[in-house]
Design a protein around this ligand. Structure first.
Ligand code: ADP
Ligand code: MG
Length: 348
């Protein structure tokens, strides 16, 4: 069942400039986690602010749980506090003068002191912070502060929770741990969530559906696997993982490129010129003095070596190899491509 919809939502901050959010349509099912992914300035925060009701859209409609909360044409605008939306801000925005318990209680209805206390206890148990109920934010670690922010957003049992780059203030170790914890909390409570990030790994790990934004436009909405293996545009292909593009020509035997012939799985017309997406995990090579390619560079990545291979045409492809396979720059090699998911784009 659909819980949240955006229909052709546009937001412009300057009358003449490009819109921050451009004709954005999407739907999120109840209990689903949507990751909105894109580079800085692509409109992620603005999208959340439109859903939360801090900004009115210039065009389009937003519904939450079947209710229209914003409709530019009809002039409808439900106030943020009446939308049933919980928000976790990038900097957590905890109230420094309130304890953990008071922070979490903040958004709960005023009526019934004991009911509030009970709810606060319940939600702090859920996020594993019950013992810290009387602490102040400055007495907490970054990860604990984040859990308080999540607890505060969840306490009123909102229809949907919005998280704006929630892990960006945590160091790498803690980020992975909090990612898992927050996902567990969202799943165990069946909470519908939208979280925004510029980190594709984060989006892939947590989200059921990933939406990729570029300059306010939704380039693609799909499962993490679909986004990675079947990117709809070159922008998506490059944003969600390393990608090289090699010229190819469609023939009756398949798509012929400099490093191999690939299946014409997309059914393109023979004679068509295309660009074939090649990911580093699609390419291997063997050292060969007669090889037509040369290693231009090796980047040690810890668990792998990433090689940049120069081809006779001047194009480059990358190849990721186990870090045990170390070859020197300048080594001549024979590249081999095993492209499991053939993706092509029209030639430029
Ligand atoms: P993201 O969160 O993806 O980094 P934002 O949604 O914050 O991107 O911003 C999208 C675009 O809208 C940017 O070009 C930004 O400068 C612009 N923008 C955001 N908020 C405002 C504002 N209040 N006034 C003017 N421009 C804004
Ligand atoms: Mg932002």
């Amino acid at each position: 069942m659909v819980l949240l919809t955006l229909e052709h939502v546009t937001k412009r901050f300057e009358a003449t400039g490009a819109p921050a959010v451009d004709d954005l349509s999407l739907a999120v099912a109840r209990g689903q986690i949507l990751g909105l992914l894109g580079p800085s300035g692509c409109g992620k925060t603005t999208t959340l602010r439109l859903i939360a009701g801090f900004e009115p859209p210039d065009a389009g409609r937003i519904t939450i749980a079947g209710r229209t909360v914003a409709d530019a044409r009809a002039g409808a605008h439900v106030e943020p506090e009446a939308r049933g939306v919980g928000i976790v801000f990038q900097d957590y925005a905890l109230f420094p003068h309130l304890t953990v318990g008071e922070n979490v209680a903040f958004g709960l209805p005023r009526s019934g002191r004991s009911a509030r206390g009970e709810r606060v206890g319940q939600i702090l148990d859920l996020v594993g912070l019950a013992e810290l109920v009387d602490r102040y934010p400055h007495e907490l670690s970054g990860g604990q502060q984040q859990r308080v922010a999540v607890a505060r957003a969840l306490a009123p049992a909102p229809a949907v929770i919005l998280l704006d780059e929630p892990f960006s203030n945590l160091d790498a170790d803690l980020r992975a741990q909090m990612r898992d914890e927050v996902e567990k909390i969202l799943r165990s409570t069946g909470t519908t969530a939208i979280f925004v990030t510029h980190d594709q790994e984060e989006a892939f790990t947590i989200a059921d559906q990933v939406g990729v934004l570029d300059r306010g436009r939704l380039e693609q909405l799909g499962s993490p696997e679909a986004i990675y293996h079947h990117p709809a545009t070159p922008f998506v292909a490059e944003f969600v993982g390393a990608a090289d593009f090699l010229p190819g020509i469609v023939t009756s035997q398949g798509i012929v490129t400099e490093i191999g012939v690939f299946g014409n799985v997309e059914g393109r017309e023979p004679g068509e010129k295309v660009r074939v997406m090649i990911r580093p995990d699609d390419v291997t090579f063997v050292p060969d003095p007669q090889g037509e390619a040369v290693i231009l560079r090796r980047s040690f990545r810890g668990s792998e070596n990433l090689y940049s291979l120069g081809l006779p045409s001047g194009h480059r492809v990358h190849s990721s190899q186990p870090s045990s396979a170390a070859f020197a720059t300048g080594t001549r090699v024979r590249p081999e491509a095993h492209v499991l998911h053939v993706v092509t784009f029209p030639a430029e």
